[in-house]
Design a protein around this ligand. Structure first.
Ligand SMILES: O=C(O)CCC(=O)C(=O)O
Ligand SMILES: [Fe+2]
Length: 269
């Protein structure tokens, strides 16, 4: 993918967030808590929830027949075509990466792809973090691991914010302007029986500068039950996760309560 195309993806996203509130509201998320698609911020599950300092647009791009264009920005008018083209490039790239990840564990290359089922999903989330007068008191995104198989993250070119947790410490993720960051999500952790681990990460915000990122989540078919692949379960490595289905659905409820969704699948001994 050319860096000029990555800039284009950033540009159409930024143009949308620069529109007046009334314009953006045209693709606003519906009120029922289970509907996460469209423009908005956190879905509220409880009064005690801490809110993220972010606005976002969340859209299911694949499978094709599940697109809900009424939630898609109409302005700028090349938003739709740009996101569709971007998704197609990342769909192809995700196949290459999931095959390589399977091969690296001596599995058949299609192993993870087959586990994702016939109707894999691609979901885009454009994250816009406005400047915040009290950046030490709130987070752009609370600590979480992604609920995907893998996530492609296109970072802001100038403003840092992403941090990853390792050994109980937060580490800054540097900006590499023309690179996509690829994150391992919970569903690959489950399929690989814990060999690939989904890292916990968070977003800190900035007093003076806005920040924009585009996350593309690759997610298995919601009807397909996923589980650790047989070849990665043996006497020395017992099965660590229960089968799960439609993980994205449980994901947000756990996340908003500050819990790790993967706990719903982990087997405790
Ligand atoms: O904005 C970022 O840097 C990361 C966003 C993120 O973690 C997410 O959308 O899951
Ligand atoms: Fe994330």
């Amino acid at each position: 993918m050319k860096s000029s195309f990555l800039d284009k993806v950033r540009e159409v996203s930024k143009q949308f967030f620069q529109l007046p509130k009334e314009e953006k509201q045209k693709c606003a998320r519906e009120r029922e808590p289970n509907n996460i698609e469209g423009y908005g911020n956190d879905v509220i599950y409880s009064k005690n929830q801490r809110l993220d300092w972010t606005d976002r647009v969340y859209l299911k791009v694949l499978p094709e027949d599940e697109r809900k264009f009424n939630f898609w920005p109409q302005t700028p008018n090349d938003f739709r075509s740009t996101v569709l083209q971007y998704t197609e490039s990342l769909r192809l790239l995700s196949e290459v990466i999931l095959k390589a990840m399977a091969k690296s564990l001596n599995l058949e290359e299609d192993c993870f792809l087959n586990e994702c089922g016939e109707r894999s999903n691609m979901i885009v989330r454009v994250n816009y973090y406005p400047p915040c007068p009290m950046p030490d008191h709130v987070l752009g995104v609370k600590p979480h691991a992604d609920g995907s198989t893998i996530t492609f993250l296109l970072q802001d070119k100038e403003v840092e914010g992403l941090q990853v947790l390792k050994d109980d410490q937060w580490f800054k993720v540097p900006i590499i302007p023309d690179a996509l960051l690829i994150n391992v999500g919970d569903q690959i952790e489950i399929m690989s029986n814990g060999i690939f681990r989904s890292p916990v990460h968070r977003v800190v915000i900035n007093k003076a500068k806005e920040r924009l990122t585009v996350a593309m989540f690759c997610v298995p078919d919601s009807e397909k039950e996923i589980k650790p692949v047989d070849k990665l379960v043996n006497e020395s490595r017992p099965v660590l996760y229960r089968p799960v289905k439609n993980y994205v659905e449980i994901y947000f409820q756990y996340y908003q309560q500050g819990k790790r969704p993967i706990e719903a699948s982990k087997i405790t001994f």
